[in-house]
Write a protein that binds this ligand. Structure first.
Ligand code: C2O
Ligand code: CU
Ligand code: CU
Length: 479
């Protein structure tokens, strides 16, 4: 089948909140879509790779006139794309050249917490460089790196600290997907900003406890981008990198596309659709086939009615590759019937947001799960349909699978690995989670101002040998 609808309830769209700012059609001149370059290793052997990731401040020409003050990773804005290969061991130097503390969070990466994971408890102070190392052992996926200093994650990400992280493996490499980076395989980081006087951003002026937004779409840090299409098939690695905005994506002519990947990897089967909704921090990989277009045609990607990217069709070699019906196998480990079901209740709006009736406590461990055990987590959004919001629930520490939504089957594109899931008002989503690394991990709403505002908690993944291992945890007061 071809799904022609968004897999979400219209009443749950965050357009219903009083503070919602719609996207505006850009009047800025068209510009070529920025394609972040790939981060080069400092050195590598057959088994090990060394990278340096630097958080830095700079200026970016986003609009005609004055440049915008921005932050990025090894770049003025956003960052270079970081590639990991499954099985290799990575040594990463994290450098902070910013005037304030930040952290480097590997969103979706299966590594130990809390210091390598890079949430609140892994500060890198101004002028400091820290070394971390880990082995990448998870399926090919489109992940991301972003700052996570609590409670300033929203500010850091708004300034630009977010970049794509691609995991590659042999399974994905054998599938008939486009994978020529920057040509037919593109990261598309979807964000929105408000430009003030002299083309500057002003997070504090735009602050909204239900999420900071702006009317201008910023795609890979480009306002009003175009992309020259030179192949029949194009793979887009979409990331909702916005602080609060959800994207309801579709192409001109209701062009059918196929989703091949979700947050944590390739889907078991491709899903054909004309509309796709992404909530904050979610990713989707899609393949678009321009076989019916001629050189000179333009195909536009929209969110609702606002154009985001114009794809300009050039001559291409015919490529009628069809995707197989089955792409990859997804593990479905058994849950111990005696294991308790973890509960997460996201409630409130504005300043009153809470998780399980509490605001986040940096030094409080809210839940526990044993390393390697598979358990259910029930995630509930108590907002009501009248003016409530979809809360994109995210857990650090790996990937989960989606079992059900209010007892019903998950959406057709939710059969693969995920680390973030939109939970509609009045809904309980059951997920199945296995942690493969010990440590302290955050779980929270990924509307970043909800997270910063306290809709967040943390768990300890423990081993039977050392069930109460002590970790040095940050205190809000030390920030
Ligand atoms: Cu993408 Cu706790 O974050
Ligand atoms: Cu994360
Ligand atoms: Cu939320």
């Amino acid at each position: 089948p071809i799904y022609t609808d968004y897999f979400f309830d219209e009443p749950a769209f965050n357009t219903h909140d009083g503070g919602y700012i719609p996207l505006a059609v850009s009047v800025a001149p068209e510009q070529a879509l920025q394609i972040p370059s790939l981060l080069e290793p400092d050195r590598q052997t057959a088994t090990d790779v060394w990278y340096t990731v630097t958080a830095q401040a700079g200026e970016s020409q986003l609009l005609p006139g004055p440049k915008t003050k921005t932050w990025g990773y090894n770049a003025n804005l956003l960052g270079k794309t970081i590639v990991f290969k499954r099985g290799k061991h990575y040594h990463i130097t994290l450098k902070n050249e910013l005037p304030e503390l930040t952290t480097f969070h590997w969103h979706g990466l299966d590594v130990s917490g809390p210091y390598i994971d890079g949430g609140c408890h892994a500060p890198v102070y101004p002028g400091e460089a820290k070394e971390i190392e880990f082995t990448v052992d998870q399926p090919a996926a489109s992940l991301w790196l972003h700052a996570h200093p609590c409670p300033n994650t929203g500010y850091d990400v708004w300034q630009g600290l977010a970049t794509s992280v691609l995991v590659q493996d042999d399974v994905e490499a054998a599938l008939p997907f486009p994978r020529h980076y920057g040509v037919d395989d593109l990261p598309l980081v979807l964000q929105d900003r408000h430009f003030h006087e002299n083309n500057q951003w002003d997070y504090d002026a735009d602050y909204d406890p239900d999420g900071v937004q702006g009317p201008t779409a910023l795609i890979n840090g480009t306002v009003n981008p175009t992309f020259d299409v030179t192949t029949q098939r194009l793979r887009l690695r979409l990331l909702d990198g916005a602080n609060r905005r959800e994207w309801r994506l579709h192409f001109s002519d209701d062009l059918v596309f196929e989703q091949i990947g979700s947050d944590g990897g390739i889907l078991p089967e491709p899903v054909k659709m004309t509309k796709l909704m992404l909530t904050c921090a979610e990713r989707a990989e899609i393949i678009v086939d321009f076989g019916h277009y001629q050189p000179g045609d333009v195909v536009t990607l929209y969110s609702d009615d606002t154009p985001l990217v114009k794809f300009k069709i050039h001559a291409f070699t015919p490529d009628d590759t069809k995707l197989p019906d089955h792409l990859v196998d997804i593990d479905d480990p058994a849950v111990d019937p005696d294991a308790p079901i973890h509960k997460v209740v996201m409630s409130g709006m504005d300043e009153s947001v809470e998780l399980n009736g509490k605001k986040f406590g940096m030094q409080r461990i809210d839940d526990r799960q044993e390393l390697g055990k598979t358990e259910y987590w029930d995630i509930t959004n108590t907002n009501d349909m009248e003016g409530g919001m979809v809360h994109p629930y995210h857990t650090h520490g790996g990937q989960f699978t989606v079992v059900s939504r209010n007892g019903h089957a998950p959406y057709p594109n939710e059969h693969g690995y995920k680390d973030t899931i939109g939970v509609n008002p009045g809904e309980t989503v059951r997920i199945k989670m296995t942690f493969n690394h010990p440590g302290i991990f955050m779980y929270h709403c990924h509307i970043i101002e909800h997270e910063d505002g306290g809709m967040m908690a943390q768990l300890q993944v423990y081993t039977p040998e050392d069930p109460h291992k002590h970790y040095q945890l940050m205190d809000m007061d030390t920030l």
